[in-house]
Design a binder for this molecule. Structure first.
Ligand SMILES: CC(C)(COP(=O)(O)OP(=O)(O)OC[C@H]1O[C@@H](n2cnc3c(N)ncnc32)[C@H](O)[C@@H]1OP(=O)(O)O)[C@@H](O)C(=O)NCCC(=O)NCCS
Length: 235
């Protein structure tokens, strides 16, 4: 049963999402940061966002590309990765800033291996300047919820053993981490979906869509005003 308290917290979260979180705030849904809960609007994104995904990944430094992909992916390899993203099978989640830059994204890749049918692999990246604000952990939470609702019972993360931040996120969620030298694999067993997980996903997606459209409108207005100012300067 979805409780009244849960609905109230969704409403509070809806009010909170219009406020930009500070790095000091705890960002996981429902967590109390200072005096109020904060939610980070995370959208499920589609093929029309390929260019933004590419821009985000190409901005990663060589060492970040190594951490993200397990090798120092070249620009061409990133281009091919983005081109081949399968938006029908997989799920891509993104966090946008007010300038509509994709500042963080996660790829939940559903297995097509018959022996690992109910499994999915998680990969994530956060722009260097937006790290340490809980975005990586939030993307993980959203991916877990989405995977559960899609019948996944095991989530898999491949990380380098030096990747403390990623392994922290996985361990905190209860994943079992197996390290072999420089490489680590984390396995997280997921509980079956329930009404709460379906409702939470639905409401969070709605909040994220609203937030995104709000940012689109705000950016259009900002560009319009900037255009007027330019025209005034020229005349
Ligand atoms: C891994 C990554 C996604 C983490 O993103 P983030 O938004 O900075 O992470 P969060 O702010 O949610 O922090 C998650 C946890 O890691 C810890 N952490 C963050 N940065 C850390 C660092 N540099 N060293 C040690 N721990 C760190 C946080 O304290 C937090 O732990 P806590 O919940 O116990 O406080 C980001 O560093 C990144 O994009 N790295 C490059 C790509 C990559 O490594 N991807 C993962 C492999 S798929």
């Amino acid at each position: 049963m979805v409780s009244n308290n849960l609905f109230k917290s969704y409403i509070e979260a809806g009010k909170a999402f219009l406020q930009q979180p500070t790095p000091e705030q705890t960002l996981r849904t429902g967590a109390v940061s200072g005096d109020r809960p904060v939610i980070v609007p995370i959208r499920s994104i589609g093929p029309s966002h390929r260019e933004r995904i590419a821009t985000h990944l190409l901005a990663l430094s060589e060492s970040d590309r190594y951490l993200r992909f397990g090798f120092a992916a070249s620009d061409e390899q990133i281009g091919r990765y983005v081109e081949k993203l399968n938006f029908e099978r997989d799920e891509i989640f993104g966090i946008y800033n007010r300038k509509l830059q994709l500042i963080a994204m996660a790829h939940l890749a559903f297995s097509d291996d018959p022996e690992f049918q109910n499994g999915a692999e998680f990969g994530v990246s956060v722009m260097a300047k937006a790290r340490g604000r809980g975005y990586g952990a939030r993307l993980f939470d959203i991916a877990v919820m989405h995977a559960r609702n899609d019948g996944v019972d095991m989530m898999f993360i491949h990380a380098l053993s030096e990747n403390t931040a990623m392994l922290n996120i996985a361990r905190k969620a209860g994943a079992q981490v197996e390290s072999a030298g420089s490489e680590s694999e984390a396995f997280l067993k997921l509980p079956p979906a329930n009404l709460d997980s379906h409702m939470t996903e639905m409401v969070e997606e709605q909040i994220a869509q609203t937030d995104y459209h709000f940012k689109v409108q705000a950016k259009k207005f900002h560009d319009f005003v900037a255009g007027l100012q330019d025209a005034r300067r020229i005349s």
